[in-house]
Design a protein around this ligand. Structure first.
Ligand code: NAG
Ligand code: NAG
Length: 391
């Protein structure tokens, strides 16, 4: 069944391989984007995240919870690249990746993307497109090239596409929407072209099932992606799209019956679950001969029905770790379930300081919460306790 736990045997085998000491790969990583690379490689659990989890475990008193929490570091997670400093930090991590693993990176610094009510902003908002290319994409490409034996999977700019699509279709776009639309149309092709490297596989982020009315807009959204793909000169290493990155949507309606089913809490947006959304987008992209395989973030969608509206995005109370990273998806359109968002890192601060307060004061949000990306022990323990399947 889609998004159901892997068999106990598969989990046991995966745990054994995770627990062996990482040995750096000495053979070239040549990735073929025609194939599902997650069938032959698993998501690398980085030592940096392991350190955070180990520290968190020492702060837990309950023995059961302690032992469950200590397992979290054995599963792979993505590393987020939000600044130039983050690029410099990749090299030591890239050095520790064995041949049968893949290092997950998230590109998250598109100018104007974060200038939303949550108040965060990109490093280059005030800068030019040239800066995104020269200060961000080119150094990242250099780092990836400097590690030809390491396999990389890159998720390109989570959450940007739905904003871009809305901005380009708005009848009277605001100044911010115009900036964002220009930034996306120039910078995303630059990223796809610049990172089109033999040891990297690219997934363009498409948002999530509830960020647009994908059903009604299926042709126009696919056309918008097609245009970007053409401007990027059809990058051979693009494998498809990523969904639900850092988000909370259930995999299928069977798992979240009735979530946002009523018009007044769904804002009439369909299709409300990732499986349905992936089917729609994959089919419409495929019909245009655009790479159409998906990876789906299941790092914290284990428990559904917790939010009051789909756009409650901050530190959701009661959330649980979802299906473990795996290529056993029971769906040809879905390459793998992956953990894109790192469990335990805060989505944003809940205080009145800064703009995160808007989203992080939502009814479903944990309060008090620390600044974005800072370790949030309370949240981490909730995710572990509510993990589904159980750890
Ligand atoms: C896009 O626009 C629709 C319709 O106005 C809105 O409901 C939705 O929240 C917007 N999505 C994003 C990601 O801005
Ligand atoms: C999308 O395009 C296809 C092929 O042109 C057409 O058959 C279908 O009705 C369109 N769907 C929507 C929702 O516009």
């Amino acid at each position: 069944m889609f998004c159901s736990p892997a068999s106990p045997l598969a989990i046991a085998i995966a745990l054994c391989s995770f627990n062996t000491l990482a040995a750096q790969c000495t053979a070239r990583a040549l990735l073929n984007a025609q194939e599902n690379i997650w069938k032959s490689r698993t998501l690398h659990p980085t030592s940096l995240y392991r350190l955070k989890v180990e520290e968190a475990v020492t702060a837990i008193n309950d023995e059961d919870l302690k032992s469950q929490a200590s397992k979290v570091a054995d599963f792979g997670t993505f590393t987020w690249i939000k600044s130039v400093e983050d690029i410099q930090a990749i090299s030591p991590v890239a050095d520790e990746v064995p041949c049968d693993e893949i290092l997950g990176l998230v590109l998250d610094n598109l100018p104007y993307k974060h200038a939303r009510p949550d108040g965060s902003s990109s490093e280059y908002d005030a800068g030019t497109e040239d800066e995104y290319r020269t200060l961000f994409i080119e150094p990242l490409a250099t780092t990836i090239k400097a590690h030809p034996n390491t396999a990389f999977a890159v998720v390109v700019e989570p959450g940007a596409f739905p904003q871009y699509f809305n901005a380009t279709t708005a009848s009277t776009p605001s100044a911010h929407e115009r900036n964002l639309a220009r930034s996306y149309s120039v910078n995303i092709p630059v990223a796809l072209k610049g990172l089109n490297l033999p040891n990297a596989i690219l997934y363009l982020d498409a948002g999530h099932s509830n960020s647009l009315d994908w059903s009604r807009l299926r042709n126009s959204t696919a056309d918008a992606i097609a245009e970007i793909y053409e401007v990027a000169e059809r990058p051979a290493q693009l494998r498809g799209f990523a969904t639900n990155a850092g988000d909370w949507n259930a995999c299928g309606r069977d798992l979240a019956p009735g979530e946002f089913a009523r018009a007044d809490d769904s804002r009439d947006i369909r299709p409300s679950n990732e499986k349905n959304f992936i089917q729609i987008l994959s089919a419409t992209l495929g019909a245009r001969e655009i790479p159409a395989h998906a990876i789906l973030d299941t790092s914290r969608n284990g428990v559904s029905g917790l939010r009051y509206t789909w756009d409650e995005w901050c530190n959701v109370n009661g959330a649980g770790l979802g299906v473990r990273p795996s290529a056993e998806t029971a769906d040809d359109a879905v390459d793998a379930f992956v953990w894109v968002k790192r469990p335990g890192e805060s989505d944003g601060v809940s205080s009145e300081r800064g703009g995160d307060a808007v989203g992080c004061a939502a009814r479903s949000a944990l309060r008090p919460a620390p600044e974005r990306d800072v370790w949030f022990q309370w949240f981490f323990e909730i995710l572990v306790r509510n993990a589904k399947p159980k750890l």
